[in-house]
Design a protein around this ligand. Structure first.
Ligand SMILES: [Zn+2]
Length: 305
């Protein structure tokens, strides 16, 4: 991992070659997902989203792996069908970075202040659609300006948000399935995006990220600060068992999470409520995260030997 830091210092002068990430385009892609409605496994929105992934990604990528998984529902006596999508760019490259986001949404608004809503599915504008929107916009950029040296993988995972509180191994089901069959060549490390579209954006460092891949955390946070994005805060946040945690645990791939869990702030939280809607998300916030990952990719690519 030491190589990452060195390369960023070396390549910073090439920044004029780095494409612009457009937050409004990412917001369109967030809205598009929410137009399908809730997207939990078995829902109509889930089916529509699956069609959309293929239509959108197929023309842009080198290879699209569509990875179907049939497994028992974590709490009900029935099967569920999950699908992970792995979009690969520069597939022959051995040195690879993977970006990941979950595309499913939670079937129950169990944190809603009104108990009557606790069984209603959420729209998942921030918790689901935001990370996916950044990665879909990134796919367009990677298609327009393909990386020359490094490989980029975009992993869209299903079944992240089906667990009940306190039941850690029932979350991240799609990632747990992916971790058992990572296609070669496997990425060196991964960066997960989740809940990135908050209007009051703050990214303290997530606990497991620092444990699992400290140099990736350092590289991303210092790059963000160099770009002027002080919302990437050099202080510890809470521990979040997100897809990055399951990827490292089950596949050994070091992974970090860029997540703003206070949505929108420490006093109010729309997480797992019916307020997780596009109106509470921001194109400007999507642009910040998209710009950081775009710079990270092309700085790595231009400096990689
Ligand atoms: Zn969630």
């Amino acid at each position: 991992m030491q190589i990452i830091i060195t390369l960023i210092v070396f390549t910073i002068s090439f920044s004029q070659d780095i494409p612009t990430f457009n937050g409004h385009r990412a917001m369109e892609l967030l809205n598009k997902q929410c137009d399908f409605g809730p997207r939990y496994p078995g829902s109509e929105g889930h089916k529509e989203m699956k069609k959309f992934f293929v239509t959108f990604l197929q023309p842009l990528v080198d290879t699209l792996h569509i990875m179907d998984e049939r497994m028992s529902h974590p709490y009900q006596r029935r099967y569920i069908e999950l699908t992970n999508y792995l979009a690969r760019f520069n597939e022959k490259a051995q040195y690879r970075i993977m970006f990941m986001a979950h595309w499913d949404t939670r079937e129950m608004a169990d944190m809603d202040p009104d108990p009557k809503n606790h069984k209603t599915p959420i729209l998942g504008a921030n918790d689901g659609a935001s990370g996916v929107a950044v990665l879909l916009a990134l796919a367009e950029i990677l298609h327009a300006l393909p990386p020359l040296n490094i490989g980029i993988d975009l992993l869209f995972v299903d079944g992240e948000d089906m667990g009940h509180s306190g039941d850690a191994d029932k979350f991240g089901l799609g990632t747990q399935a992916f971790a058992k069959q990572v296609p070669e060549p496997a990425p060196q490390f991964a960066i997960c995006l989740d809940m990135v579209a908050d209007k009051e954006q703050r990214f303290p460092i997530e606990y497991f990220s620092l444990q699992q891949a400290p140099q990736v955390v350092q590289a991303i946070w210092s790059l963000a600060n160099d770009l002027g994005y002080t919302q990437f805060e050099n202080k510890m946040g809470s521990a979040v068992m997100d897809d990055h945690y399951y990827l490292y645990k089950h596949a050994g791939i070091p992974a970090i999470d860029i997540i703003d869990f206070e949505y929108p702030n420490a006093e109010v939280n729309y997480w797992h409520t019916l307020q997780d809607i596009p109106e509470n998300c921001s194109a400007a916030s999507l642009e910040v995260v998209g710009t950081v990952v775009t710079h990270f990719i092309y700085q790595q690519d231009l400096g990689y030997k």
